[in-house]
Ligand binder design. Structure first.
Ligand SMILES: CC(C)(COP(=O)(O)OP(=O)(O)OC[C@H]1O[C@@H](n2cnc3c(N)ncnc32)[C@H](O)[C@@H]1OP(=O)(O)O)[C@@H](O)C(=O)NCCC(=O)NCCS
Length: 191
């Protein structure tokens, strides 16, 4: 795919595509297992919230990547209730097994300990557009959004099965902790 990369703020009508891309790219990870409806709600919330930072990368007028983050991560009763409903729906439909619950709660306790003013929640570049600076440009847009609000430190949780920890290290993040799920790990990176 040729052409300049253009970064623009995400619009409400991007949420459905972002949810679909997320579900496919992060298949098997907890957020994706909560389901497409939850993801669409999540991205719609980020796009409409003043604390939400959501940018889309376009090439030749078509989305080739996006980034989502927030200056108020994991905040809001409505978000928590929605997440709880989505978890219940995932359990009911068998997408998440009831036996996994204790491990999920342990993991939640672990990442809840990281208390920073902002978080990069998701970053995704289409396969055919990778390796051309799109991820870096999206990160710069997120950095700018946070900086304009006085936020200089933020974190990202990265599952090592994605093989992208080095990308974050390359962009100046430092690894500060990791959680062993037994088979794969989640790394906490801070910038
Ligand atoms: C991680 C990802 C966003 C990188 O996007 P990209 O557009 O290919 O990245 P860029 O071209 O902007 O790369 C920026 C720099 O990081 C390096 N880099 C990119 N991906 C890397 C990887 N997986 N491992 C090591 N280095 C990497 C590039 O070589 C480049 O280095 P340079 O500045 O010296 O040239 C993309 O691979 C992706 O969407 N992966 C799947 C989803 C994912 O894992 N997201 C992160 C979890 S939230």
């Amino acid at each position: 795919m040729d052409g300049e990369i253009n970064i623009r703020p995400a619009r409400p009508d991007d949420a459905a595509a972002m949810a679909a891309w997320h579900e496919e790219a992060f298949h098997g990870l907890l957020s994706a297992r909560l389901g497409r409806k939850y993801l669409e709600y999540h991205y719609s919330g980020l796009i409409s919230s003043p604390a939400g930072a959501c940018f889309v990368a376009e090439r030749a007028g078509a989305m080739c990547g996006f980034i989502g983050g927030s200056c108020a991560p994991r905040a809001g009763a409505a978000v928590s209730v929605r997440r709880l409903f989505s978890l219940a729906a995932a359990l009911f439909s068998g997408r998440i097994g009831i036996r996994e619950l204790p491990a999920l709660l342990r993991y939640k306790r672990w990442f809840s300990r990281v208390k920073l003013p902002a978080e990069l929640e998701s970053l995704l570049v289409a396969r055919q557009s990778r390796g051309r600076g799109t991820g870096k440009k999206l990160m710069e847009a997120l950095d700018g959004f946070f900086r304009a609000r006085g936020v200089t430190r933020y974190c990202v949780f990265n599952n090592t099965s994605l093989n992208t920890v080095k990308f974050y290290l390359r962009l100046g993040f430092k690894q500060t902790g990791e959680y062993d799920h037994g088979g794969h790990r989640t790394v906490c990176l801070i910038k």
